[in-house]
Design a protein around this ligand. Structure first.
Ligand SMILES: Nc1nc2c(ncn2[C@@H]2O[C@H](COP(=O)(O)OP(=O)(O)O)[C@@H](O)[C@H]2O)c(=O)[nH]1
Ligand SMILES: Nc1ncnc2c1ncn2[C@@H]1O[C@H](COP(=O)(O)OP(=O)(O)O)[C@@H](O)[C@H]1O
Length: 227
């Protein structure tokens, strides 16, 4: 089955909860959905040595959030570039907004294009299980493809399945930095969820593995946008 109404989805979830993993599965099942990952955009800015990348890098390596104004301008420009600000395109956001200030700014941008979010889903994963995920996470930076030594290892050790490029460890994927990111997430997520709950578009899917979560997430989309 496919979606019959345009979906404008925001995935919320703790670092390591599986936002990227769920995104890649959704894009396979629903090819009409386009996606944006704020973390991937920042990492490509860093790799390109841009001013935004230089600024962001100092926050990311310490597990801090990049300032709201920087994120709002970076992602708003990306929404324009992607030509998402219309009523027809189906898209999903992973990693932005992360604060209620970012959510309010995004709301203004989308509202003025009459293309506001119509579903926000929180990935509810026991936070005890996500640290070990982070420690086993390896990424292919140019594509954003995500691997895990335990859960979904690359075919050739430490090499990207499609390009053969070497995989890398993210500098913010250490236990120490991860704990700071998790603490920050737990602080910001409460007002952020309230922001969307007040708008009647917040849902939650729970499960301690992505294989449990994905069928629930996919069914939620089909229930709400598949007819
Ligand atoms: N053990 C395990 N690892 C998972 C599961 N789902 C995703 N992962 C891995 O855990 C890490 C974090 O997942 P990711 O999708 O990057 O989470 P994000 O930070 O929320 O985008 C990655 O290495 C994934 O491959 C799962 O159900 N079990
Ligand atoms: N919306 C945002 N606001 C502020 N900082 C952000 C945002 N998105 C990403 N970042 C920065 O980039 C880092 C990596 O983001 P991301 O790849 O989404 O992490 P994770 O995969 O752990 O959820 C974050 O820890 C944060 O420092």
């Amino acid at each position: 089955m496919s979606l019959v109404r345009p979906l404008r989805l925001l995935l919320l979830g703790a670092p390591g909860s599986g936002k990227g993993t769920q995104t890649s599965r959704l894009l396979k099942q629903f090819p009409l959905i386009q996606s944006l990952s704020s973390g991937d955009i920042l990492r490509s800015q860093i790799a390109a040595g841009t001013d935004v990348g230089k600024l962001a890098s100092s926050y990311i390596k310490n597990g801090q959030l990049v300032p709201d104004a920087t994120m709002v301008s970076l992602i708003s420009n990306q929404l324009e570039q992607n030509s998402w600000l219309n009523k027809e395109t189906s898209w999903l956001l992973d990693g932005f907004p992360r604060t209620v200030e970012q959510a309010a700014a995004l709301n203004g941008v989308l509202e003025s294009a009459d293309a506001n979010l119509n579903l926000v889903v929180e990935l509810d994963v026991d936070q005890k299980v996500i640290l070990e995920r982070i420690e086993a996470r390896w990424v292919h930076l140019p594509s954003g493809r995500v691997y895990n030594l335990d859960y979904n290892p690359p075919k050739v050790p430490y090499k990207d399945d499609l390009t053969g490029d070497p995989l890398t460890k993210r500098e913010d994927d250490t236990a120490e930095v991860f704990q700071r990111r998790l603490d920050k997430y737990n602080q910001e997520i409460v007002p952020l969820k309230e922001f969307y709950d007040r708008r009647g578009i917040l849902s939650k899917v729970s499960g301690n593995t992505s294989d449990i979560i994905y069928p629930k997430l996919s069914q939620l989309l089909l229930d709400e946008f598949g007819h």
